[in-house]
Ligand binder design. Structure first.
Ligand code: FES
Length: 170
């Protein structure tokens, strides 16, 4: 390029010198990129989303409330299938239900608040005992001995058409 050549003239010449095959190639690459983004993002979301999905809740039906012994603490077992990412696995466990004066019902999680072992109700002492590290909770679920620093979780429940339904995190 000579020193006196107009720069705009130089650019114009540069544009006209692009090979038509190269232009087609660049267009193809650009369109391929757009297509990859348009189809790829939903596809990746569809594949990855189930494994990133956080746990949700589920109402579990434990049967007739009238089957509970008044004033007693009863173990209610459950088993249902849970979708975990791409797997469907059984989830089993139990909760503790206590009927109180006036028919009031309280449902406790069986999960120890120390390291998540299952607590067992000991009727003769009226305490929940954790077999793992001897944690103890009173009949209201309050931690009274051992390593647990928090009470047992009291679970949300409702009575529908005479059946106890408990909301569990899955
Ligand atoms: S897990 Fe229950 S006391 Fe440790």
């Amino acid at each position: 390029m000579s020193q006196h050549q107009d720069p705009q003239e130089t650019n114009k010449n540069a544009v006209t010198r692009i090979n038509p095959e190269r232009r087609t190639f660049i267009k193809t690459i650009a369109l391929t990129g757009v297509a990859a983004v348009v189809t790829g993002v939903p596809l990746v979301s569809y594949v990855i989303a189930p494994s990133l999905k956080k746990g949700t809740g589920k109402w579990i039906d434990f049967g007739p409330v009238e089957d509970l012994e008044p004033g007693g603490m009863e173990m209610l077992s459950y088993e249902f299938m849970v979708k975990d990412g791409w797997l469907v696995l059984p989830q089993r466990g139990f909760v503790w239900a206590k009927t109180e004066a006036g028919g009031k019902l309280r449902v406790f999680s069986s999960t120890c608040t120390h390291l998540a072992c299952n607590v067992i109700w000991r009727e003769e002492e009226e305490v929940f005992v954790c077999p793992c590290h001897s944690g103890r909770f009173d009949a209201s679920g309050v931690n009274i001995a051992g390593p647990p620093t928090k009470p047992l979780a009291v679970l949300e429940h409702k009575i529908e058409e005479g059946n106890i339904k408990v909301f569990l995190t899955v």
